[in-house]
Design a protein around this ligand. Structure first.
Ligand code: ADP
Length: 254
């Protein structure tokens, strides 16, 4: 029974309700702020290739440039980049909202690692880096989603190849405690100590202009981290400028 003479703020139930309401509002505001930030970042990333495409089309329309295979090739290249970005953005927004479907089961990574090395070796140029496999004969099973693990490895191997012009790229796996570690070790350009803490942030690229040119979106590692953590693992990086980088992640043993 309420005492009509008491000020409302003196009623403990109301106070508790108020506190929990404030907490809920603050957390919703946080979600909303992150969503706004993500949309802002995405818009910014999409605008660059769109501006390039529109520029070419306007110049073609106004007769400022002549239609040529070269012009069309650039348009195709920018359009592909847009397509890649849209696909990556979709994955990223799902990952950030925690909506990436994942199917965890006991799997053996050996066939996946072997087929990836075969597939990526075909992409390597004769004077480019060499791809090595390095893991024990008996590789224990892990609890993981095979497609999501492949996605992470494709990202890491793709980066290693993109940022390594010569030397070796090693795909290593070893069990440790209750985890299986998988590492992609390259002898490429490396990452500076100032840049290293940022590599998993979305849209982050070392040397923005160069990497935009090389077609990177700055999303791959962000998605990779989400995918590894969704599977109960963690991802780490070590790197030295001019020496090379090691990206490794672990998955729980089955
Ligand atoms: P991107 O699509 O740009 O490669 P990522 O999220 O995969 O996006 O990587 C973010 C940035 O981290 C890259 O733009 C690059 O600057 C740096 N990076 C990633 N992997 C490597 C690597 N193996 N060697 C050197 N730099 C790397």
């Amino acid at each position: 029974e309420l005492d009509a003479r008491l000020p409302l703020s003196d009623i403990p139930e109301l106070n508790r309700l108020g506190t929990s309401f404030n907490r809920m509002a603050a957390s919703l505001e946080g979600v909303e702020a992150r969503r706004r930030e993500l949309i802002g970042d995405m818009t910014h990333e999409l605008r660059t290739p769109l501006t390039v495409v529109r520029g070419y089309l306007e110049e073609l329309a106004d007769g400022v440039i002549e239609p040529s295979p070269e012009v069309y090739r650039r348009l195709v290249k920018e359009t592909r980049r847009l397509e890649r970005l849209v696909n990556d953005l979709q994955e990223l927004s799902k990952a950030e909202a925690g909506y990436l479907p994942i199917k965890i089961q006991p799997i053996s990574l050996r066939p996946l690692l072997e087929s990836l090395v075969e597939r990526f070796s075909e992409q390597l140029l004769e004077d480019g880096p060499v791809l090595h496999l390095d893991f024990p004969a008996q590789l224990p099973m892990v609890l993981a989603d095979v497609d999501r693990t492949e996605q992470v490895l494709v990202n890491l191997l793709g980066n290693a190849i993109r940022y390594t012009t010569k030397g070796t790229i090693t795909l290593q796996a070893w069990p440790e405690a209750s985890k299986l570690w998988i590492a992609v070790i390259d002898t490429g350009i490396g990452i500076s100590p100032e840049d290293l803490p940022h590599v998993f942030e979305r849209f982050w690229r070392a040397d923005q202009s160069r990497d935009r040119h090389s077609g990177g979106t700055g999303i791959g590692l962000t998605i990779s981290r989400h995918l590894v953590e969704l599977q109960g693992g963690k991802i780490q990086v070590e790197s030295e400028l001019g020496i090379g980088s090691t990206f490794r992640f672990c998955l729980p043993l089955a």
